[in-house]
Write a protein that binds this ligand. Structure first.
Ligand code: URA
Length: 237
């Protein structure tokens, strides 16, 4: 859902089909509440998720939803797909069709996927300039060495998109295991970066986005709502 903003008087004039002068009168009589507080200002800015009542009757009550899923391998990060089960198919919420995915994972990647209907929140997490770190655990076919670390940190030129990847942090955990931190999400980015060394990624798992770790009590395919703290602090490092 796009997070539309509007001035209160415009919204009420349109909703009630009355003039803005009549909206002023309506507010003067304390007939309107926004998020439980009596509204007085005609130029108050409201958005898609403002809870608005008129004479005690709800006239807008769209709620924002924030979901974390432990995506299993073989499930596609899309809202619809003819061939595979989608991340939306795994959910059991009445509002699930309102949700969009905050940073997709490949079909054979597992781990943390966030979904929401709040596009302003998802933008904060996905725009590379906001530098929200996505952390992945990677298993490789061939042995790692120190050269990988500097190559990831320097960035790699991707001819197809004509971009150089932003500095990425690679930590070697063992001969075949690494942790990679990215602030962007280019198409097949991690696989392509290891591909420069002709090394194949045999398993890829997203462990965290910003401050938010995948809840280790969630079995593959299970999901839960984010807490209010998680919603507000996910991009605060
Ligand atoms: N990099 C990839 O190659 N695949 C993913 O799913 C995520 C990051």
């Amino acid at each position: 859902m796009a997070l539309n903003k509007a001035r209160l008087d415009r919204f009420l004039a349109q909703y009630c089909q009355i003039s803005r002068k009549d909206v002023r009168l309506m507010l003067a009589k304390n007939r309107v509440q926004i998020n439980g507080v009596i509204a007085h200002d005609i130029d108050e800015i409201i958005d898609t998720f403002s809870h608005i009542t008129l004479d005690g009757q709800v006239i807008q009550e769209n709620a924002a939803h924030y979901i974390m899923l432990n995506k299993p391998i073989g499930v596609v990060s899309a809202t619809r797909d003819k061939e595979h089960k989608t991340v939306i198919d795994l959910l059991d919420y009445s509002f699930k069709d309102e949700l969009h995915i905050v940073g997709r994972l490949d079909l054979n990647t597992s781990g943390l996927v966030l979904m929401t209907n709040d596009s302003r929140w998802s933008e904060r997490l996905t725009l590379p300039e906001h530098k929200v770190i996505k952390r992945y655990s990677v298993t490789l076919k061939d042995k790692l060495n120190e050269e990988y670390i500097s190559a990831f940190a320097k960035g790699m030129y991707f001819e197809f998109e004509d971009i150089t990847t932003k500095p990425a942090k690679l930590t070697i955990l063992s001969d075949y295991q690494a942790e990679v931190e990215l602030v962007e999400g280019r198409y097949h980015q991690i696989k392509r970066m290891f591909g420069r060394f002709r090394n194949t990624v045999t398993a890829l798992h997203r462990c965290s986005i910003g401050t938010l770790e995948l809840d280790n009590t969630l079995e593959p395919a299970a999901s839960r709502h984010l807490t209010e703290w998680e919603v507000h602090n996910v991009d605060k490092l």
